[in-house]
Structure formats: structure tokens, C-alpha cells
Design a protein around this ligand. Sequence first.
Ligand SMILES: [Zn+2]
Length: 215
Amino acid sequence: MTTDRTGGPSRAGSLPLVASELAFDFTNTTSDRGGPNQLEHLREGRDVVIWARHAKVISDSDRDAALAALAGDEALAARLLAEALDLRDTIYRIGAALSRRQPPAEEDRTRLASVHAHCLSCAKLSPYGDGFVWRWDSKQNLSEAIRGPIALSALTVLTQQNLARIKQCEGDHCGWLFFDTTKNRLRRWCEMSVCGNRAKVRAFRQRHFEAKTVG
Ligand SMILES: [Zn+2]
């Protein structure tokens, strides 16, 4: 399992949801992948459930039932985590490639499509407002109830959205993905108040240093 090198508690239930797309919010449950400051917020099965409630993928009662089920079933918890991380990292690789304007690997596209097909096989098309939505029974199919809406979100972006709006935060040790919904498409940061400000401070220090060395 990937560890949080800072040793802090998981923030699965409070992470900022700033990606404008569920699928990318899901990829943002870790940062600085493979780097010295990697933070991992999905460390056990329960973190996946807690994040899913936080992102409104499941209801409060779904969460409570799922946490109770996981507490008594280590194999279920381990499978939930493994399947969630597999989907998350597949979507991340696709999104990161597209943010660099590169084609995603065929292996990842196939993987995403197959998770989607599998999850849909246990979903029901249910009336919602004037239309219909896919619904999962999390008590029967917990992993699919969480991965289904996330895979669908990723596929909706890939098939219906402007891929030039997929971006990766330029902040150091970040790597978060987001869908840029701004009018001018100039968004550069996951959060201006975090990575944007750090970059400003760095640029200021750099200018200050250069002014001193030149002067
Ligand atoms: Zn960032």
C-alpha cells in the first residue's frame, strides 16, 4: 500500500472537491504521486467509503451500512480499496496524458471501459426528475456503487467534453487534475489559495533574490 510519508491522518472525508468533475476529484485523493511529498488519503477500504460520502456518491445511510460491513470483513475492505485505486490510477493516467495533449494509453482506455461495463451490469436505470439516472444498490454491490458513477464521469468527459479543458495543477508536489470551466480557460491551479499562492511567493522570492544579486 502507498503510505503517506508525512504520517498524518487521512483527509478522505474533507479533501477539497475542486476538479469540477467527479472523476478528477477522485484522482485528487493523492498528490505528488511517486514524489518525496506524496500524500495518500485512500489507505484502507473505509477511506474509500468516507470519500464517496464526502463526494456525494453515496448517502449517509449507505456509508454507515458500508462501514459496518467493512469492519467485519477484511477481504471485502481490501478488495474495495484495490478496485478503487485501480480505477483511480487508470483515470489519473488518462487525465494526465490528456492534460499534456498526449493520447492516453490504449490499455488504460480499455481498462476504464471494462470497469464501466462491469459496473453498469449491476445498475438500474431509474426515473429521476424528468429523466433517468443509473442507480446502484450499495448494500448489494458496494464497490460498483462507488466506482460506477466515477467511471461514468470519466467517460462523459472523454466522450462529450472539450478535452483541452483537462488540466493538471502546476503547483510543486501537487499533480491534481481538474476540468477548467473558466470562461478564458486560464485556470492553472487546483486551488489558488494553496498552489497559486505558493507559486506567487516563490516568484516573489526569485525576483527579490535576482534583484539582490544584480544590485
Ligand atoms: Zn495544486
